[in-house]
Ligand binder design. Structure first.
Ligand code: NAP
Length: 314
């Protein structure tokens, strides 16, 4: 698969990343079954063989079971650890932990960041995480406290690079002002069903600073491809049908599939968007990889934007 440089590192990473949120349905590593690990093996090895070299995880995915299952597969495939970049996230905490009254919340305290990374390293079975992302902005975060945690993790060799997810541009700038190392990635929700990053300054900021924008739920969690009226309201159904029709038309013209067109649409933005593919099915993971090679024209890109908006641009 074609590659891009991740942020301002000199690391080539695959044009699309593979996301492990849906990899296993287990509730914690101890709940993993042999069948779930076999499913994870099928998905992760299909992605690796199709050329994906960036794998996205989080400490909370399946309460640590996604990291544990990914780590198990990583150990089975000779040479894989040295050829891939592992991204994981921290900063979200579950209700009832550690004390029963604790609500679901965000926590960028130094102690929590350091503790979370220890857990991820253990579950993944690796000595170093390539990129640590802060999952969702903690309203109580102090940039200098986060910078201290990052410095400790970098100096100890536990994390190579850092980034964020779901931040506002001002929060990115605030954190970057306290961190000597460049933030390398910003993971945001971006798809033909979620156009906000085009207008809220997030992609502009990535382009300006060199951070790689990573698009999560690039197929709207599958909604862009699913048939029938399955969405939350009639308006969304109408919108989805309109987008699907245009995706199908362009796919026919370009002799490819609607999935490939939907992912190539994200890639067309000049900020170098890296879609994070989330299917568990090997054939879909392989299909999506073709989006690394499809270059949409400006006209095709705007046809899809118009289909998503449901109206002509002003
Ligand atoms: P997605 O690619 O938009 O959605 C994947 C889902 O779509 C899967 O359930 C898949 O089902 C389904 N799907 C794909 N093709 C389909 C088709 N042709 N017909 C019907 N269903 C289809 O991505 P996502 O899984 O929502 O997110 C991708 C990754 O982004 C995650 O794994 C995670 O790493 C990351 N993420 C990050 C955040 C964050 O806050 N930073 C939030 C959410 C996700 P099958 O498995 O059956 O193919």
């Amino acid at each position: 698969m074609k590659t891009i440089k991740l942020g301002r590192t000199d690391w080539p990473v695959s044009r699309l990343g593979y996301g492990c949120w849906r990899l296993v349905d287990a509730d914690g590593p101890e709940a993993l079954t042999a069948e779930q690990i076999a499913g994870a093996r099928r998905a992760v090895s299909a992605a690796y063989e199709a050329g994906y070299t960036l794998f996205d995880l989080a400490d909370i995915y399946s309460r640590g079971a996604a990291e544990a299952a990914f780590g198990a597969v990583l150990r089975e495939i000779p040479g894989m650890r040295d050829r891939v970049r592992i991204v994981t996230k921290c900063g979200i905490r579950f209700v009832g932990e550690p004390e029963p009254t604790a609500p679901y919340r965000y926590d960028f305290s130094e102690a929590h960041i350091l503790r979370s990374v220890e857990g991820s390293l253990r579950r993944l079975g690796v000595e170093t995480i390539d990129v640590l992302l802060l999952h969702r902005p903690d309203y109580l975060f102090h940039p200098e406290e986060v910078a201290r945690a990052f410095a400790k993790l970098k100096d100890s060799g536990k994390v190579r690079a850092f980034g964020v997810s779901n931040f506002r541009p001002s929060q990115v700038a605030l954190l970057q002002s306290a961190c000597p190392m460049p933030l390398v990635a910003h993971q945001i929700e971006f798809s033909l069903l979620q156009l906000d990053p085009l207008d809220n300054g997030l992609l502009d900021q990535c382009l300006q600073t060199g951070m790689t924008p990573q698009a999560w739920s690039p197929l709207g969690g599958g909604a862009l491809l699913r048939g029938g009226d399955l969405h939350e309201d009639h308006e969304t159904d109408v919108r989805v049908h309109r987008i699907q029709e245009t995706l199908r038309a362009i796919a026919r013209e370009r002799e490819t599939t609607p999935t490939v067109v939907a992912l190539a649409w994200l890639r067309r933005h000049p900020s170098g968007v890296q879609p994070i593919v989330g299917s568990r099915r090997p054939e879909r993971i392989r299909e999506a990889a073709a989006a690394a090679d499809l270059e949409l024209t400006r006209e095709e890109w705007y046809r899809l934007l118009e289909a998503s908006r449901g109206s002509r641009l002003p």
